[in-house]
Design a protein around this ligand. Structure first.
Ligand SMILES: Cc1ncc(COP(=O)(O)O)c(C=O)c1O
Length: 436
């Protein structure tokens, strides 16, 4: 099929027939549990008629208008967001078609805001050494993700980086009691080295997504980090493209840590895969300052497509009426405990971690030393393939340099039978790894 799709031939192309609920049905007749939720997207599961009907109605009502025009579909979405989802301090809404675009818009807003308040020297964006913010050239540059930069290093811009808190691999020792202090010190030292007056913003995921595999920060990290940033006039951009809209069992992952981002970016779960839409949600004074200065981050042509807005509103209403965010928290906790009990002591499992329905399983050659398998051994790929053969699709994580993590980002609707299937597939995949 070379030359048709994908552009670069893939070793094992998978042909889907259809999907329903939490399951994918392949053209070869296989039924696969979508434990990855696609790319950690399909929060309410596949094939909900209410959402399809909403998209249908929006298409007939107004197919497309230029984004600054307010459509009933966008108005309804903004009301849904403000009334039921966004933290009170983030009323401003800017819609994009995907997470990379939304993160770029947030960076633009941070720079424009600093300029608007007379801080034009604040041009630096702090990023983190283990992170993913998107695939465009500027977002790939910001990301701490070696494998997704491969072949592009010569053109990607370097940005100053702080260390992503990684309790398991803290340089002081695994889960060291001073890990929080260590990573906060790294933040403060980096800021001092760069000069706080030169930094516009820090961009970070509240819980590291698939790059590190659902790495949660040490207790107290985020609230203390926010105090440091505030003291230095540095904005906090939280990239919740993966964690937003219920994935962690709360509306947003940042709420697990009591942190209040200045700009919050969310995507994937906003329409749960029914439409390509993402958003930047910001403090009112940031939007006002940018507007008063006659600046504008510019819209994307498909940023506020009525169909996408209608899909999002329908998805968000389903999440609310079926209490799926709470469910993500509860079922995710059961799944995490079940996997920890089953595999927590496995010689090749370093850690099973996460929050809500975002779970990371870190696989190592030696759990005592945390030594990884060689990259060439392609352990993540092998685990994913074995699990697929056993009827479950996991999401591959890791950055090449930081590797072998397998992620679970299942639809929030899964239940006991699916958790049992996940456990079964992981057992088979680990046995296969052991025997090869
Ligand atoms: C945390 C995070 N930020 C940004 C992105 C990029 O989003 P998109 O692929 O929609 O451009 C992703 C995608 O995986 C992500 O997980």
């Amino acid at each position: 099929m070379t030359g048709i799709w994908p552009f670069v031939p893939s070793a094992s192309p998978i042909s889907l027939s259809h999907a329903q609920g939490a399951y994918l049905y392949l053209q070869n007749g296989d039924k696969i549990l979508d434990a990855a939720g696609g790319a950690v997207v399909a929060n309410i599961g596949h094939g909900r008629r209410e959402v399809a009907d909403a998209i249908h109605a929006a298409t007939l009502n107004a197919t497309y208008v230029v984004p600054p025009w307010l459509t009933p579909e966008r108005e309804a979405l903004v009301h849904e967001l403000r009334d039921h989802w966004l933290p009170d301090h983030l009323p401003s809404v800017h819609l994009c078609s995907g997470g990379s675009e939304a993160n770029e818009s947030a960076i633009k807003m941070a720079i424009q805001y600093q300029l608007a308040i007379g801080q034009s020297q604040r041009k630096l964006i702090l990023a983190r050494n283990l992170s993913y913010h998107g695939t465009t050239i500027s977002m790939a540059g910001l990301s701490g993700h070696a494998s997704r930069k491969r072949g592009l290093e010569s053109i990607l811009e370097d940005h100053p980086q702080i260390q992503t808190p990684y309790p398991l691999r803290c340089p002081l020792g695994p889960h060291h009691p001073d890990a929080c202090e260590y990573y906060l010190q790294d933040l403060e030292t980096t800021i001092q080295e760069l000069g706080p007056e030169n930094i516009a913003a820090l961009i970070a995921e509240p819980i590291n997504g698939s790059s590190g595999g659902a790495i949660t920060p040490p207790e107290g990290y985020w609230s203390a980090a926010q105090k440091i940033l505030n003291r230095h006039g540095i904005l906090l951009i939280m990239d919740e493209v993966m964690t937003g809209f219920g994935r962690t069992g709360t509306a947003f992952g940042s709420q697990l840590y009591g942190v209040e981002p200045d700009l919050l970016v969310a995507g994937k779960g906003l329409a749960g895969g029914y439409a390509a839409i993402a958003g930047v949600f910001g403090r009112a004074h940031i939007a006002e300052a940018i507007g008063d200065a006659g600046l504008n981050p510019m819209f994307h042509t498909f940023g506020a497509l009525p169909q996408s807005c209608a899909a999002s509103t329908a998805v968000l209403k389903i999440l609310r009426s079926e209490h799926l965010v709470e469910r993500a928290g509860n079922v995710g906790k059961i799944a995490l405990e079940r996997l920890q009990n089953a595999f927590g002591q496995h010689p090749n499992i370093a850690e099973i971690r996460g929050a809500g329905m975002l779970i990371g399983i870190e696989i190592v050659r030696n759990r005592d030393t945390l030594e990884r398998f060689d990259e060439a051994a392609r352990v993540t790929d092998r685990i994913i393939q074995s699990a697929m053969n056993a009827g479950v699709f996991f999401y591959p994580g890791g950055t090449g340099e930081y590797r072998d993590v397998v992620c679970i980002g299942a639809p929030f609707i899964i239940d006991e039978p699916e958790i049992a299937l996940i456990e079964h597939a992981l057992r088979i995949a680990l046995n296969d790894l052991d025997q090869s």
